[in-house]
Design a protein around this ligand. Structure first.
Ligand code: DX5
Ligand code: ZN
Length: 217
């Protein structure tokens, strides 16, 4: 799955941004929510998601970088999220938040910041179901347009190996600094969901950029 982060897109023309994402051939639109507490930045929240939902049929891959995702999960699903990820480093209980998202009827994603080891996921991996995913951050959360952290690659490979060994039905999503080159490194290490923001939105030819992310390894 190729998911396009609109964080650095033209937010005054969200409908056109969504059209650009759809026309690029990407599979999903990645919606980054920041609360100024979990990360030192603010982006957009529930009303903007509802407006976006009304103007696109794309899968909306919602990434909560907020302190209390459990408290807000239901409202984000009602506003139109199709996939909902939240951080293991947030204040909400991870197991409870996964159960809440499942009870709302959509796949759950557990997001992991660069300094959190994959071992932190071990207690909650058995709770994950088909179509759930682990979102490995390949930059520090909070801003689009940052440089990919190369040290993420062995982390992806380690998680991928655990998923394979335990036969878990989950995907690995990578997010931050993804372009044709870093995307290929992540796919080779086992990631199958790629989030790309600035690489696509700054490209003269977004469809070619999407194709480059799907290019044979
Ligand atoms: C970072 C966000 C990412 C980011 C991706 O906090 O979670 O989704 O916007 O943007 P690029 O691809 O520009 O790094
Ligand atoms: Zn994101």
């Amino acid at each position: 799955m190729i998911s396009v982060s609109i964080l650095n897109g033209d937010l005054a023309h969200l409908a056109q941004t969504a059209e650009l994402v759809a026309a690029s051939g990407a599979d999903a639109l990645h919606y980054d929510v920041m609360d100024g507490r979990f990360v030192d930045n603010l982006s957009f929240g529930l009303p903007v998601l509802s407006s976006l939902r009304a103007c696109t049929d794309l899968t909306i891959d919602t990434h909560l970088m907020i302190q209390d995702p459990l408290h807000f999960a239901e409202r984000f699903v009602k506003a139109g999220a199709d996939l909902l990820s939240f951080h293991i480093e947030s204040r909400s209980d991870t197991a409870e938040t996964i159960r809440e998202i499942h009870s709302l009827g959509i796949p759950a994603g557990i997001a992991v910041s660069p300094d959190t080891p994959v071992e932190a996921l071990f207690p909650v991996l058995p709770l994950l179901q088909k179509d759930d995913f682990i979102l490995l951050m390949t930059v520090y959360p909070g801003l689009g347009g940052q440089q990919f952290l190369t040290r993420s690659v062995p982390k992806i490979a380690a998680l991928s190996e655990i998923i394979r060994r335990e036969q878990l039905p989950v995907h690995i999503e990578v997010d931050g600094g993804i372009n044709a080159e870093t995307g290929a490194q992540c796919r080779a290490a086992g990631a199958d969901y790629l989030v790309a923001g600035s690489y696509l939105l700054r490209s003269e030819d977004p469809a070619a950029a999407v194709r480059s992310l799907r290019a044979p390894l």
